[in-house]
Design a protein around this ligand. Structure first.
Ligand code: NAI
Length: 454
């Protein structure tokens, strides 16, 4: 009998398995497809490979602005897709090596929880039964496929999800993206730069979901300038060969489409895992956990997208660490107030903590200060003709930092520092004492902090 069986080898699963093995638990990890899960195989990593090609292309195309002569820049889609595959392969094998080094037993099969046994639980995979004292369920999520006529029938070919969109052999001429959330925007960024005419159809009156509204408005304007057609407050009613039919303000409108990306959110993969065989409590398809990663069944833990709190890989890492710490008797708690998020568009968007909208809704009295990214010397030196914003919210009475929201390149690499400030409850006066490296784009955070009174 193993000490722990981990179901799912995505970020929550592989990191949880590694931490558990390092803590001395004999650990077995099941993965049915490929180690690394959605993040590594068809999400975070391959999309960044594509977006980096777009960034390099833009730099080459606009090289003249920087005094560099490039005769002709163009995107070779097949080569971009091939490189993406190479990056994924390298990292997947890296996860395998990590599991081996940690002493985790990996079984590449689909596993189902069968029930309880003396002292633990039984899990079946490929006709074989395995036992463990504890379970960590990290089964992830998949793209929501709505019952819109024409969507399911055309799935995989004409209508694609986060998976296929990363390996299209050709750049579609007319590309319609359903859903203006993170996946929709990142793919709009890549395909519009690569030459598609991109239309983003979004049901809400704004893009980028919970992102600070001032920031998401700037992002929308930037991509509108680059040619993306944003159709907000628009509902898709049907997908037909060559077009997407929508409703807007009571009128029917159609958009020509050679490809359609479905990116309207994700749902937990909790079906067919056997959770019901041991009575794990669920709520609207997600596993109910407390802030220690415990489910209602003693000895059964869950982390990552399948618990449906914040569907981000880095959140999943931390959730599984908390679960493993809890099962090994180390006190730990999951907190979501300093959870950074990034949209890897060009310009990048990076946020952590409360937005103005959230602070208002929660009745928190706050002060806000903001500066153009052009207050950063490094930003000006490296981003010819571009701008951005850094905006910080501070609690009016306590003076602690509540939220940091940035748009502008390199903000993804600076935001963890802001997360550290929020996580440690730093007040304005404390944050002013931090020395930032010069010249870096991160200095914009320091500049904005100095706009506040202590
Ligand atoms: P999302 O939840 O970010 O956005 C979905 C969007 O679709 C929302 O704006 C919603 O209003 C809209 N929508 C829903 N139904 C619609 C309909 N019928 N017609 C038009 N619009 C509709 O979901 P998304 O983009 O699919 O991403 C899934 C998950 O993956 C998210 O949890 C996201 O955080 C994560 N992710 C994170 C990335 C990052 O951190 N950079 C990158 C990619 C994905």
């Amino acid at each position: 009998m193993y000490d722990l069986i981990v179901l799912g080898g995505g970020p929550a699963g592989y990191l949880g398995a590694e931490r558990a093995a390092h803590a001395g638990l004999s650990t077995l990890l099941f993965e049915k497809k490929s180690l690394g899960g959605v993040c590594l195989n068809e999400g975070c990593i391959p999309s960044k490979a594509l977006l980096n090609s777009a960034k390099i292309y833009e730099h080459a195309r606009d090289a003249k602005k920087y005094g560099v002569v490039v005769p002709e820049a163009k995107i070779d889609q097949k080569a971009v897709v091939a490189r993406r595959g190479k990056v994924v392969k390298t990292l997947v094998s890296g996860v395998g090596s990590k599991m081996k080094a940690a002493g985790v037993t990996v079984v590449m099969e689909s596993a189902v929880i069968k029930g309880r046994c003396d002292g633990g639980f039984e899990v079946e995979a490929a006709g074989q039964v395995y036992q463990a004292k504890k379970l960590l369920v990290c089964v992830g999520s998949s793209a929501v496929v709505p019952p819109i006529p024409g969507v399911r029938e055309n799935l995989g070919e004409f209508v694609v999800t986060n998976r296929e969109v990363l390996e299209l052999p050709e750049i579609p001429e007319n590309f319609v993206i359903i859903g203006g959330g993170v996946i929709g925007l990142e793919m709009a960024a890549y395909y519009c730069t690569a030459g598609s005419h991109v239309t983003v159809v979004e049901m809400l009156d704004h893009i980028a979901g919970p992102t600070d509204r001032e920031i998401s408005t700037i992002l929308q304007k930037e991509y509108a300038k680059k040619g993306v057609d944003f159709q907000l407050g628009t509902k898709v009613v049907a997908v037909e060969p060559g077009k997407v039919v929508c409703e807007k303000d009571g009128k029917t409108i159609e958009f020509a489409a050679d490809k359609v990306l479905l990116s309207i959110g994700r749902r937990a993969n909790t079906q067919g895992v056997g959770l019901e065989n041991i009575g794990v409590e669920m709520n609207r398809g997600v596993i109910v956990t407390d802030n220690q990663g415990r489910t209602n069944v003693e000895g059964v833990y869950a982390a990552g997208d399948c618990i449906g709190k914040v569907m981000l890989a880095h959140t999943a890492y931390r959730e599984s660490e908390v679960a493993v710490n809890t099962m090994t008797g180390k006190r730990d708690t999951m907190r979501y107030n300093a959870n950074p998020s990034v949209i890897y568009t060009h310009p990048e968007v990076a946020s952590v903590g409360m937005t103005e909208e959230e602070a208002k809704a929660a009745g928190v009295e706050y002060e806000v200060k903001k500066l153009s990214m052009r207050y950063s010397g490094r930003f000006v030196a490296e981003n010819e003709g571009e701008d951005g914003l850094c905006k910080i919210l501070v609690n009016k009475a306590h003076r602690n930092i509540l939220g940091v929201h940035m748009i502008g390149n390199s903000s993804s690499e600076a935001i963890w520092g802001a997360a550290a400030m929020i996580e440690s409850g730093l007040r304005v006066a404390d944050a002013k004492e931090i020395i930032f490296p010069h010249p870096t784009v991160s200095e914009i955070i320091r500049e904005v902090i100095w706009e506040f009174k202590d």
